[in-house]
Design a binder for this molecule. Structure first.
Ligand code: PHE
Length: 451
């Protein structure tokens, strides 16, 4: 299997930063605030944290065990433990491919907004309508968003081609701390805006009257997407962990960092949104349309908007890198193709898919799959079908297929002291997670609408 020659991440800190870089992305900074805004603010936050602990964390641990115990790409990792389950690897590759198809488009938008901020001061106008017009003209343009999608893929490719140590590790070590610092600075600035306190209250005060059974399911889905579990991304990264990397502390740290970034993003967005009187449930347009008008009301607006979109681009890019690596590692190791060639195959095929997804918001609007544009169909199928299914299988696989001793040893580093913790995680994986994930799935199919 040749795992002696396989790359590993240098230090324990690198393992945490690399995995956190994969997890932290548009899901935290763009999706979390608006989903929280639509689902009761503070109450959603409380439920989200609970779901992250009882479901997100155990599944991340499961993926770490699957990856590190096999020292292999996602496909090889399942095959390592069971020949029958190797087909799960296909699901991982497919899901990563399809998610990247629309994710790289949005990553491209964040780069455009960064460039636009520097070049022509995106944040000059306070009128949200003007920003809405700019946004829709941009995303439906036949070539500009396509170029930015390609730019996002080329940047990703450069990091991947540099390899595991020099590329992925160095990039994450450098970018993750910058990201956290930028978010804290922006949160402080946002909280100082007049009326910002109202936003803070909305975000942190739990009003449970707005909570329904569906809120729980929305929260589980968001935890899942945000922690990047269910598609082999954490399996692949864990395969590069050293044998003495403590999986428990790594997973806890990644979960805490990911949740912290989401909360910080809420602290940036809600006070500002309330301060300028915009609806917190404005949805997916929140970042691209309303934030520029918020920045315009601030002194040094160009600096703030550039900083924010750069931050978003960084977060998106480290996530695209983690998705890219799932496919590149598979092609490289399974087909015995040189890593660089494998990376090119991935980059080019994703760029083609991304181009189609981007054009589907303008030129190819007529091409519909079950009534959805290619962009929306990719988003829908991955988030609502493929992720819950493969997450459930990861939990079942780690809970039922991997030998108990392998699981416990891998998780505890063969220390008896932690074996009870490992047993608790195993119970969560065998029973709690599959049941909860089945509920998400049924809900997504519309079978729980009576709740
Ligand atoms: N977790 C990333 C985010 O929050 C998205 C992602 C999902 C990345 C799955 C990799 C794998 O944006």
């Amino acid at each position: 299997m040749g795992h002696q020659t396989r790359a590993t991440f240098g230090s324990k800190l690198s393992a945490v930063l690399v995995a956190a870089g994969g997890a932290v992305g548009l899901g935290n900074i763009w999706r979390f605030p608006y989903v929280a805004g639509e689902n009761g603010g503070g109450a959603f936050l409380a439920i989200y944290i609970l779901c992250a602990v009882i479901m997100g964390l155990p599944i991340m641990l499961a993926e770490f065990v699957i990856g590190r115990s096999s020292h292999s790409n996602a496909f090889g990792a399942f095959r390592h433990h069971s020949n029958l389950w190797k087909y799960m690897g296909f699901n991982c590759i497919l899901t990563s491919f399809l998610i990247m198809g629309f994710y790289c488009v949005v990553a491209g938008w964040t780069i455009e907004y960064t460039v636009h901020s520097v070049a022509s001061g995106i944040a000059r106008s306070t009128l949200a309508d003007e920003h809405a017009a700019y946004f829709s003209a941009f995303i439906s343009n036949p070539w500009r968003p396509v170029l930015y999608t390609a730019a996002a893929m080329l940047l990703t490719h450069t990091v991947i081609a540099l390899g595991v140590r020099k590329g992925i590790e160095r990039c994450s070590r450098m970018l993750m701390p910058v990201l956290l610092i930028m978010l804290v600075v922006l949160a402080v600035r946002s909280l100082m805006m007049p009326g910002g306190f109202e936003g803070l209250r909305f975000f942190l005060y739990p009003d449970f009257s707005k909570v329904s059974a569906r809120t729980l399911l929305v929260a589980i889905g968001q935890v899942f997407f945000s922690l990047s579990v269910g598609l082999g991304s954490m399996i692949t990264y864990a395969s590069y962990f050293k044998s003495d990397t403590d999986l428990r502390t790594t997973a806890v740290n990644v979960t805490v960092i990911d949740t912290l970034v989401a909360v910080l993003a809420g602290l940036v967005i809600f006070p500002a949104v309330f301060s300028v009187g915009i609806e917190p449930s404005a949805g997916s347009s929140l970042v691209f349309i309303t934030l520029p008008s918020i920045f315009a009301t601030m002194p040094l607006s160009t600096v703030w908007s550039t900083l924010f979109f750069l931050l978003l681009a960084v977060a998106a890019l480290t996530s695209v890198i983690s998705l890219h690596e799932v496919i590149t590692a598979c092609i490289h190791e399974e087909w015995h193709i040189r890593r660089r060639t494998a990376a090119w195959i991935t980059t080019l095929s994703i760029t083609v898919l991304g181009t189609a997804a981007s054009l589907s918001l303008g030129l190819l609007d007529g091409w519909r799959i079950f009534g959805l544009t290619i962009f929306d169909a990719l988003d829908f199928v991955t988030a609502n079908i493929l992720l819950p299914v493969s997450g459930m299988f990861s939990a079942l696989f780690a809970g039922w297929v991997i030998k108990r001793t392998t699981f416990v040893d891998e998780l505890t580093g063969r220390s008896m002291k932690y074996s009870r913790q490992a047993e608790v995680v195993r119970i969560l994986l065998r029973y709690v997670c599959p049941i909860m994930l089945s509920l998400i799935f049924l809900d997504n199919l519309g079978l729980l609408n009576w709740l």
